[in-house]
Design a binder for this molecule. Structure first.
Ligand SMILES: C[S@@+](CC[C@H](N)C(=O)[O-])C[C@H]1O[C@@H](n2cnc3c(N)ncnc32)[C@H](O)[C@@H]1O
Length: 267
């Protein structure tokens, strides 16, 4: 794996914790990034001893401390906008305000000087130098409270969305073409976040070929492996469903059969 590579291992909740120990040994516990909870289905009313099972897990490791990381963002919902940006300016723009000071005092820096005659509260310093604060104020980005406390204005329409957290809801496809077919949006998220154009994406248990299709449509190179003849057929079908157009090239690929493959002749 490339030094900038990542590995995502999607596994059932019954076995995931044992696999984590093996992954820690192989990739190093320092490279363990997340144990992502994946919500896979709606609640079910099966009669079983124990609680219902809605989730499985994805163990995410990077090869090093310098992986490819394209910070993903999730769109705000209307509810998020109302909760996170409760204020509205005269033009109808939603915003919130945040403090412009942070813990700790600086003795000689520019961030402990008075800003418009106001000093940072005791034990705190300005988050930036007073010249920048003055510029923010000139640009209308500081809101002054009735008691003379300045806060920075953050507009909702200037934010790209919220940080993606470690609980993901990507339900399994309702009519899968292969029994374990994954949700393509889940694969798009992983591939866009942890690889760049022309990176090589490997799915060594490629099943339906959904990972390979996602890699193709996102402009990545890819390698898929599977021992099952049904998986190879499903993968071929999946790749054929990629339309060649200006932005998404039709896949150009080759199959290699391993000599001992029992399925090779029946393809
Ligand atoms: C959970 S499925 C993969 C799902 C796939 N990512 C998708 O989206 O459809 C696991 C796949 O691993 C394949 N497999 C299991 N053991 C294998 C092995 N030793 N070598 C190659 N493929 C294997 C199975 O045939 C099966 O298609």
């Amino acid at each position: 794996m490339s030094e900038q590579g990542s590995i995502y291992l999607h596994i059932d909740y019954k076995i995931g914790h044992y696999v984590k120990i093996v992954m820690d040994e192989v990739f190093g516990i320092e490279n363990f990034r997340n144990d992502i909870t994946r919500i896979k289905c709606n609640p079910k009313n099966f009669n079983r001893l124990g609680y219902g099972n809605l989730k499985d897990l994805i163990l995410f490791y990077t090869k090093s401390s310098n992986p490819i990381w394209n910070e993903p963002r999730e769109k705000y919902t209307e509810k998020d906008f109302e909760k996170l940006f409760p204020k509205m300016d005269k033009q109808g723009r939603r915003y919130t305000t945040v403090p412009i000071h942070a813990p700790g005092e600086t003795e000689n820096g520019k961030s402990n000087k008075p800003f418009k005659g106001v000093l940072p509260p005791k034990g705190r310093h300005w988050r930036t130098d007073v010249e920048t604060l003055a510029q923010w104020d000139k640009d209308g980005l500081i809101e002054w409270s009735s008691t003379g406390n300045p806060r920075k204005i953050i507009f909702a329409d200037e934010r790209e969305g919220k940080r993606v957290q470690d609980i993901w809801e990507f339900k399994d496809p309702q009519y899968p073409t292969y029994p374990t077919e994954k949700n393509p949006d889940l694969l798009d998220l992983i591939i866009r976040t942890s690889s760049s154009e022309n990176s090589i994406v490997l799915d060594c248990f490629c099943g339906s070929g959904t990972t390979l299709k996602s890699a193709q449509t996102n402009g990545r190179k890819w390698i898929g492996i599977d021992q099952s003849v049904f998986a190879i057929k499903a993968t071929k079908n999946k790749l054929e469903s990629v339309e060649g157009d200006l932005f998404v090239a039709k896949p150009d690929y080759e199959f290699e059969e391993l000599e001992e493959s029992p399925a090779a002749n029946s393809l």
